[in-house]
Design a protein around this ligand. Structure first.
Ligand code: ZN
Length: 396
């Protein structure tokens, strides 16, 4: 599907942030929608002219700390204020971009149930539209019906999806957004070129798709979405964050940190960065995300399924050593970011499932959602959180 070609412009491993191209889960290239789009004569949107950005080298202002309502109902024992001098739990945040794959939910659900893990799925809004509804989506700077990751299949696929997404919600998992069309650098009007107006349009459309499924029984509402991860970790934060605020988002998890670090408040949003870590088997650095592992391991070569058994332990070992570095170090929440995918014969899905399976029941370890960790942070003395942030980043 041209993954290698799409990434040809990348020059360094760190610049290489998971471009998930059409392979996420839907498995279907969307020629139909593209053709349909070509036949429409829609007025191009004017939502891709960003204003000034925070100058390089200047830290972005923190802004006000956003808050969530306190959790209701019976809470786990760890959801409390730390005692003086007490170490925080080692949080692990499993998150899955795209968020729609019956097969992968079927694999994750029993592990989560057995270990008490809660995960966060970053839904791609286009997967809430069937192919015949593709023209309901117009990405900023794009024509109606364009999407880099296709759409959600047949109406029957959508019906099945509503059921398993509701089941995941009932199991306590959280839903964020991966936005809609997944337009990365190298395509026309990538997310990094979008203005606040463009992002507002993108999120409004995402919300509309959720609301439209309300009548068909989907119980995930726009009000439940509290944050997200941008496609390929790209975006102009000065433009995105005002739109995220306008939609009552309180977190973003698209930035990259050197090692595992505590979340900070950036322009009024909780920022949970993805750590850049070392792959011990290769002694190479990687932003800890599935696609990035794949790219470092063999250039994200399609048709490399046979190498899955070789890759999976390398990735699992990276997770393990990173977890230990954080656990024995600054105890910063560890963001494990994946897609529901079958790349390299499912090597990365296998690694993340094995890691979840063995880690979430470990002592002083909590596999939680973004909202849960924010609610936990709200219970802490701000000076204590500040002190955690001053600890050295955890490096494996
Ligand atoms: Zn993605």
């Amino acid at each position: 599907m041209g993954t290698g070609k799409r990434l040809g412009w990348l020059t360094t491993a760190t610049a290489l942030v998971l471009a998930v191209v059409m392979v996420i889960v839907m498995g279907k290239d969307d020629g139909t929608a593209q053709n349909a789009a070509a036949q429409t004569s829609a007025t191009p949107t004017t939502t891709t002219t960003p204003g000034p950005i925070t100058p390089l080298g200047q830290p972005a202002p923190a802004g006000p700390t956003p808050t969530l309502p306190a959790p209701t109902g019976q809470q786990p024992a760890w959801m409390r204020k730390l005692k003086p001098g007490e170490k925080p739990p080692q949080f692990v945040l499993f998150s899955f971009d795209g968020g729609v794959s019956a097969k992968h939910w079927e694999a994750i659900t029993p592990i989560a149930k057995r270990t008490g893990a809660r995960v966060t799925a970053m839904l791609s809004g286009v997967y809430l539209l069937s192919e015949d509804q593709a023209n309901q989506y117009t990405g900023p700077g794009h024509k109606p019906g364009e999407s880099a990751i296709g759409f959600g299949g047949s109406p029957a696929d959508i019906t099945a999806r509503i059921k398993y997404l509701n089941d995941a919600l009932d199991a306590g998992h959280e839903f964020g957004t991966h936005y809609n069309g997944h337009f990365c650098e190298g395509e026309g009007a990538p997310v990094g070129s979008w203005s606040t107006a463009g992002w507002n349009s993108e999120i409004d459309q995402f919300d509309r798709y959720l609301r439209a499924l309300d009548a068909r029984g989907l119980r995930i509402t726009p009000e439940m979405i509290k944050g997200g991860r941008t496609p390929c970790l790209e975006g102009n934060w000065d433009q995105l964050f005002p739109a995220a605020h306008a939609h009552n988002y309180v977190y973003d998890t698209s930035h990259v940190s050197f090692g595992v670090t505590w979340p900070t408040v950036d322009r009024g949003m909780w920022e949970f960065p993805l750590p850049e870590v070392r792959i011990p088997a290769l002694d190479r650095k990687v932003v800890m995300m599935d696609f990035n592992f794949w790219y470092v391991l063999d250039g994200a070569k399609e048709g490399d399924d046979a190498r899955g058994p070789e890759f999976s332990p390398i990735v699992l070992d990276t997770y393990r050593s990173t977890y230990l570095a954080a656990y024995n170090g600054n105890r910063a929440p560890l963001v494990v970011a994946n897609h529901f995918n079958e790349w390299a014969g499912g090597a990365f899905s296998t690694a993340v499932q094995d890691f979840m399976s063995e880690t979430c029941t470990k002592p002083e370890t909590v596999c939680a959602t973004y909202s849960q960790v924010i609610q936990w942070m709200q219970l802490q003395d701000p000076a204590v959180l500040d002190a955690f942030r001053k600890l050295p980043a955890a490096h494996n």
